[in-house]
Design a protein around this ligand. Sequence first.
Ligand code: CU
Length: 127
Amino acid sequence: MRALRIVTIAVVALALSGTAATAANAPQKSKSKPKEVSVADFYFGPEKVTLKEGQSINWVWAEANTYPHDVHLKSGPKALKGKASYSTKTTAVTNAEFEKTFTTPGTYKFICTIHPTQMHMTVVVKK
Ligand SMILES: [Cu+2]
């Protein structure tokens, strides 16, 4: 009887540790970290980003900036809905971030509306 109880405890412990390992691994598999793009004087870095459907970009305004910038979607895939949500509503010099998840495959062109000839970038979202 006593031996059976010990075996039961061991099985439960094994099951729990298995569950814990699965839970710890799950977030990494289901949700990847956003790719970081620097918003700087006067460029987006990198200027080309390739994503898989469902991945995100986090634009981060550089600390060293002395000019205001924004992120503005110039063109995107035809099937894209909610286009306005791919652009920032305001400009910022520094201390700003803008994260966006891409669920529609295709090619996206972004500019800074204040420096459109210098600051532009392409995002390609693959299926
Ligand atoms: Cu700019």
